[in-house]
Design a protein around this ligand. Structure first.
Ligand SMILES: *Cc1c(COP(=O)(O)O)cnc(C)c1O
Length: 396
């Protein structure tokens, strides 16, 4: 196994562990525990655990370890801890780092559940939170101080697809020794280089592009050995947010094809966004891969010019027209996942971001006409034809 392998080789072979049967496809070790030869061996393992040794599936499991190693190799991280869901990863990363009296600075454009953790849960445990416009570096500079223990943001925000400068925010945060925690779902592990750009902990909801076929919930926290084993693992293994071995196997198989899938989806997303930009039924077409995107230059530097697999269409006529549009689609499904092989239309204002106040929605640009569109693996021309007829039907 080599760290010099290119991504696609890592995704197929990285982290593989074989049993005595030398199986080709990764095994599912569907076991909670492991047998010790002797009581002395059990005692020794609880003192120090070796690389090929396991104690209990809440702490680690061979199938889960394969997934952790493979995604860590892709991301260029020293280590990883797999979790039961993306939210277990977000809450585990933040809660393991912070204690009462600490200060955290967070971008305000957050996925609803992330906002709930930062705004409601952390506050309840005495962590002080300052929200900033994540794209405004002056606001980050003004908000951090000597008591700031962590900064948190989605590198590409949901659903308005603002892109935040990982390297610049990391520089500001590191000047006060704050840990940089990045929710990197929309940037995807295929296009992101967030660890190299200065992120200390990178989080994925594996439910999205890593599975990529809508089957299982999962998540992962990536970072240095010191942060993952020293800070994250003790918290996660005692609080119980571990990934199941079966899920890890689904995610391992997802990783084998993620590079092909995400690149094809991003190519279709660019084609669709380019096609509909300026369409008379639309107020705005938001896609980070478009030249018209506010952070287009940053997308070139940070993501190699790739805008991801999601675009947002802001329809003229508000909620009524947006609903008619969603209902008229024949290929994409109405749901709230993303990164799936199936294209998915979501109306954020009434679903994923329903909990936000009207002022918050206004402030974040989550308008009543906004439809988030996760581009799947269908033929892009079929999707363009379907979106076109749905836009027409919505205006009728
Ligand atoms: C989906 C998502 C999460 C949560 O992941 P789950 O696997 O659903 O728990 C967190 N952050 C972002 C940006 C997401 O899109």
């Amino acid at each position: 196994m080599s760290d010099n392998w290119k991504s696609r080789t890592k995704l197929v072979h990285g982290g593989t562990r074989r049993s005595q049967y030398n199986e080709v496809s990764e095994s599912i070790f569907l076991t909670q525990g492991f047998v010790y030869d002797t009581a002395e061996q059990a005692e020794a393992r609880f003192v120090e655990i070796g690389e090929d040794e396991f104690i209990y599936a809440r702490y680690g499991n061979p199938t889960v370890a394969m997934f952790e190693k493979r995604i860590a190799m892709l991301e260029g991280a020293e280590d990883a801890f797999a979790t039961a869901s993306g939210m277990a990863a977000v809450s585990g990363a933040l809660t393991s780092l912070l204690k009462a009296g600490d200060h955290i600075v967070s971008a305000k454009a957050l996925f609803g559940s992330c906002l709930y953790i930062v705004e409601s849960i952390l506050a309840r445990y005495g962590v002080e939170v300052t929200f900033v416009d994540g794209t405004d570096l002056d606001q980050w500079r003004a908000a951090v101080g000597p008591g700031t223990k962590a900064v948190f943001f989605e590198s590409m925000s949901n659903p308005t697809l603002e892109v935040i400068d990982v390297a610049a925010v990391a520089e500001i945060a590191h000047a006060v020794d704050a840990v940089v925690v990045v929710d990197n779902v929309f940037s995807t592990p295929v296009f992101s280089d967030a660890i190299a750009q200065g992120a200390d902990l990178v989080i994925y909801s594996a439910t999205k592009h890593i599975d990529g076929q809508g089957r299982a919930l999962g998540g992962v926290i990536l970072g240095s050995k010191e942060l993952i084993r020293g800070t994250v693992e003790p918290y996660m293994k005692h609080t119980g947010g571990a990934m199941s071995p079966f899920t890890a196997w689904v995610m391992l198989k997802g990783l084998e094809t993620i590079d092909l899938r995400v690149k094809a989806q991003a190519e279709s997303a660019l084609k669709i966004a380019t096609h509909f930009e300026g369409h008379p039924a639309l107020e705005r077409t938001i896609y980070p891969g478009l030249e018209s995107h506010a952070q287009h230059a940053l997308v070139q530097n940070q993501l190699g010019g790739k805008g991801g697999t999601v675009l947002s269409l802001d329809l003229k006529g508000g909620k009524e027209v947006a609903f008619k549009f969603c209902n008229a689609l024949t290929i994409p499904v109405i749901s709230n996942n993303l990164g799936d092989a199936k294209s998915i239309a979501t109306h954020p204002a009434t679903t994923t971001h329903q909990r936000l106040s009207d002022e918050q929605k206004d402030d974040l640009g989550i308008t009543p006409g906004l439809v988030r569109f996760s581009v799947g693996l269908e033929d892009a021309d079929d999707l363009i034809a379907d979106l076109t007829q749905a836009l027409e039907a919505a205006q009728a």
